[in-house]
Structures are given as structure tokens and as C-alpha cells.
Design a protein around this ligand. Structure first.
Ligand SMILES: [Zn+2]
Length: 178
């Protein structure tokens, strides 16, 4: 019989294979995340979508040369900032980010994980500890919202009720640009 872990592993593989059906996926690592993506073009597009506004200066202080460097700095900075907005510092945070080629691919991934339809353009699946984003139509606020879900899952021993999860994620989303 499959252990719970083995089941989740199989689910992750199926999901990644179907999300990234057309090519072998690549991955890069940041302090908190493993970012899985199809190709450089999609990675660049995702990075460009995350406009940091007045916080763009963080890129100047961090020896950023390529879009990969830039994305890694942004992602880890957003995790830290959401931790401080929520005043939650889990001992250890580590999760995966899957950059999907389109919003349809995000919807398809959601259907595989939850067996139902959605209109979300991004979501976090705690079962496989992965955030799904689309390369199109992404923005800082959405990233902050999903990271808040990740941080709460890592912070609380028992996951809080859905409404609390959602309210706090919206709170982080609202304050990320303060
Ligand atoms: Zn949410």
C-alpha cells in the first residue's frame, strides 16, 4: 500500500508532467523555493510581470545581472516581506513554484489537484507544497497573496479555517505595496 508521502509524490509527478507536457522542465533554487519552469522566455515573462514599484531598489543592492538573479531576489524578498506583514516566522520555509505557460494550464493543474473547475489565475496546493502561477497576467499582489497561504501552512500546526486563510492572504496582498 502507498504511504501518504508516496501518493503525494505520484500526484506531483503527474501534475508536473501534464503541466509541462511539451518540454522537459527546468528548475532553479532560491533560499525558500524551487522554481520549476518550461523555458527561459516564460521565466523572463513571469519575472517582468512582478513589478516591484518603489521596492525595485532591492534589485540594485543584490548584484542582479540576469532575469534569473532578479527573480530569485524578488521571490525571497516577497517571502520575507509577507512574513513580516503577517508577523509569522515559521522555523523553516521551503516550497515549490510551478510557472505554467498560461492561465489555462493553471486551471488544468487545479482540476488535477482538486478534481473541480476554477477561475483562479494562481493557487497554492498544500498537499504538494506547490504554488502554481501563470506566466501571463501575474503581479506582485497575487504572488504575495499565495505566499501568505504558504507561510500560514508552515506556521500553524493545524491549518486555520479557510476563511481565516483567505482574509489573511488578502491582508498580505493589500499591504505588500505599502
Ligand atoms: Zn487565497
Amino acid at each position: 500500500m502507498f504511504s501518504q508521502w508516496a501518493k503525494l509524490w505520484v500526484l506531483t509527478i503527474i501534475l508536473l508532467m501534464s503541466t509541462f507536457a511539451h518540454s522537459s522542465a527546468f528548475e532553479i533554487k532560491s533560499k525558500y523555493t524551487t522554481i520549476i519552469y518550461n523555458n527561459k522566455k516564460e521565466l523572463r515573462q513571469f519575472n517582468n510581470d512582478i513589478y516591484m514599484g518603489k521596492y525595485s531598489r532591492i534589485l540594485l543592492n543584490n548584484n542582479v545581472e540576469t532575469s534569473v538573479d532578479e527573480l530569485i531576489v524578488k521571490i525571497d524578498w516577497i517571502v520575507d516581506r509577507v512574513k513580516s506583514i503577517l508577523k509569522m516566522s515559521p522555523e523553516k520555509i521551503g516550497f515549490k513554484i510551478a510557472i505554467c505557460p498560461s492561465s489555462e494550464a493553471v486551471i488544468k493543474a487545479y482540476k488535477i489537484v482538486y478534481g473541480k473547475d476554477t477561475r483562479y489565475k494562481a493557487f497554492y496546493a498544500p498537499q504538494i507544497n506547490t504554488v502554481f502561477f501563470s506566466t501571463t497576467d501575474m503581479e506582485l499582489r497575487v504572488v504575495a497573496h499565495e505566499f501568505a497561504h504558504v507561510i500560514m501552512e508552515h506556521y500553524f500546526q493545524t491549518s486555520p479555517p479557510k476563511i481565516i486563510h483567505e482574509l489573511l492572504a488578502r491582508y498580505a496582498e493589500k499591504h505588500i505595496t505599502d
